[in-house]
Design a binder for this molecule. Structure first.
Ligand code: COA
Length: 534
């Protein structure tokens, strides 16, 4: 297999400038991560510790096989989203190894408003369950939560993908043979009680764990009965009398050890060993930040990116000379074979047709697809419309939608409009979706949106016999540009779970390798494509 030959010169002024410009982006992401990891405030953490409880992240550390990585999903969820600080969206979720098996772990953070569920908490847990289901992972619920965040109940309770969906997912995954395991390490009230009650197997911690449909306050209000939380639904009641839980744990550490034992039961499972020996790229991934231009309007040389992401920098291009604004080809990451699609300019009919064919080929051979977005969109204009660019783009979108191989999407630059769809945006179900700190996404660029809206306004005014001066037009456009600027960056996107993670360029190979390993353990469905418009 041929290795890529990089033409990069690290002594170039542009390389040095780009690299320096990248550091403030990194610093912003690092600050957001720190806030996410801190959980609730110092007071809440102290109260939590005084009860003999580990934090959500400590619990995960104890649950994982020592020295193995944790593929965190949605770490920045909730960042600056509400008036309250909802660190990590109030729940820590991700994939990690438990007794040699990759598992989805969902741990409520009770230091964040008692672990109650904000809308973003639900969105994050439902997303985590979707990842578990798609990759055939067991789910482990470390429960410590006050249930629905009551002031926002209408954004939590009634709708299709809200609270009830978590319980339905548990039932459906259990029915599909995917283990559902709960450890109740704190509160678990009202609807939340259905998490342990519906799981296949449940552990409960003495003194701290409680499960009940209505807490002591509600019971008193409803029936006048006065009862304390432990007598109502503590570990003793549920493991000795009610049968709502199966295993009695002395403390958090004991509960986590019991969960590890449950996961270790013999079950059918796929192998996790990568098919080929992983190899580092020939070119240093640390050079990536000098390659991404500080000016987002400048292109990012696709081949230089691949040279620093693929094993041994080896890449076999597919139809290299046809539709060259989209590079397609095969290589490996962390020993796992991948088909890569990376933008190197706008999408034309040829590039879209090539991509659709390439996706067909990878689907025939079961090779996972990696989409690296840096895309302004499809080419516009009469020539291209006449050439049927809409139908060629539709073929690519069709192939992306229906191919059943695992797909991974990473925004390395801009990702706009239909270009985002064709490159497997969020709506197209990539197994994981990430953004580099410099990346942006919106329906179109801010400048273009400002221009379009100003034109519409101008036409309205013309119909009334009026016009905008150049200054008025500029005053009209500026807030639109600013709005797009503020609402399209990586942290903004991650806080709303449009993406699973902000991924540092240097960590990209590791992140993709964990994702590929996660997907490799699941059986692959057969692809059946829809009708392609020729
Ligand atoms: N909705 C909104 N806010 C909630 C909440 C909920 N369901 N559960 C807890 N909170 C808030 C508290 O108001 C408090 O906010 P503050 O820090 O701004 O004062 C914070 O979360 C911590 O709660 P606190 O009661 O001080 O913590 P705790 O660890 O002693 O107790 C619970 C935790 C969960 C046992 C307790 O808060 C509780 O019983 N909550 C209500 C549970 C319930 O009935 N839920 C029904 C959901 S359908």
């Amino acid at each position: 297999m041929a290795s890529i030959v990089s033409r990069l010169r690290t002594s170039d002024a542009a390389f040095i400038r780009n690299r320096e410009a990248y550091e403030p982006l990194r610093a912003r992401v690092a600050a957001a991560r720190e806030a996410a990891i801190a959980g609730g405030g110092a007071k809440a953490r102290a109260t939590h510790a005084a009860r003999g409880k580990l934090t959500a992240r400590e619990r995960i550390n104890h649950l994982l096989d020592p020295g193995t990585p944790f593929l965190e999903i949605g770490q920045l969820a909730g960042h600056e989203l509400y008036d309250d600080v909802v660190a990590s969206g109030g729940i820590v979720t991700g994939v990690g190894m438990v007794r040699g098996r990759p598992c989805m772990i969902m741990a409520n953070d009770a230091t964040v408003k008692g672990g109650s569920y904000y809308p973003i908490t639900i969105k994050k847990q439902v997303r985590a369950q979707a990842v578990a289901r798609e990759n055939a992972l067991p789910s482990i619920y470390l429960v410590d939560s006050g249930g629905a965040f009551l002031p926002m109940q209408e954004d939590i309770f009634p709708d299709e993908h809200q609270f009830g969906r978590i319980f339905r997912n548990i039932a459906e995954m259990s029915a599909a043979g995917l283990p559902q395991i709960a450890a109740v390490m704190g509160s678990c009230t009202a609807g939340g009680a259905y998490i342990p009650a519906m799981c296949d197997e449940t552990v409960i911690v003495r003194e701290n764990g409680t499960i009940f449909l209505g807490g002591p306050q509600l019971v008193q209000a409803a029936t006048g009965e006065v009862v304390d939380a432990q007598s109502l639904g503590g570990a003793d009641v549920h493991t000795r009398q009610s049968g709502v839980a199966d295993h009695y744990a002395r403390d958090d550490i004991h509960a986590l050890a019991l969960v590890r034992e449950i996961v270790a039961r013999p079950r059918k499972r796929a192998t996790l060993v990568p098919p080929s020996t992983p190899a580092e790229p020939l070119y240093d991934p640390a050079e990536l930040t000098g390659i991404i231009s500080a000016n987002p309007k400048e292109p990012i040389p696709a081949i230089e990116i691949l040279a620093r992401l693929l094993d041994a920098s080896e890449f076999v291009p597919y139809r290299e000379r046809f539709g060259p604004t989209l590079l397609c080809g095969t290589g490996a990451i962390g020993g796992y074979p991948v088909g890569v699609l990376i933008n190197d300019g706008v999408l034309y009919s040829e590039s879209a047709q090539k991509a659709a064919n390439f996706i067909e080929l990878c689907s025939q051979t079961g090779v996972p697809l990696v989409f690296l977005h840096n895309i302004a969109g499809f080419m516009v204009g009469r020539e291209y419309e006449t050439g049927g660019i809409a139908k060629h783009g539709a073929k690519m979108v069709n192939a992306v939608s229906t191919s059943r191989v695992p797909k991974f999407s990473l925004l390395i630059g801009g990702s706009y409009g239909a270009g985002n769809f064709a490159m497997c945006g969020r709506a197209f179900g990539p197994r994981l979706m990430g953004m580099w700190p410099n990346a942006r996404t919106s329906v179109m660029g801010g400048e273009q949106a400002a221009f379009v809206l100003a034109m519409v306004r101008q036409q309205q005014l013309e119909r009334q016999g009026k016009a905008m001066t150049a200054d008025e037009a500029e005053a009209f456009k500026q807030p639109i540009r600013q709005h797009y600027e503020n609402h399209s960056d990586a942290i903004y996107s991650a806080s709303r779970l449009w993406v699973d993670a902000v991924v540092d360029p240097l960590d990209t190979r590791g992140w993709l390798t964990l994702g590929l390993a996660m997907a490799a353990a699941a059986p692959q469905e057969e692809t059946r494509f829809g009708v392609f418009r020729m």
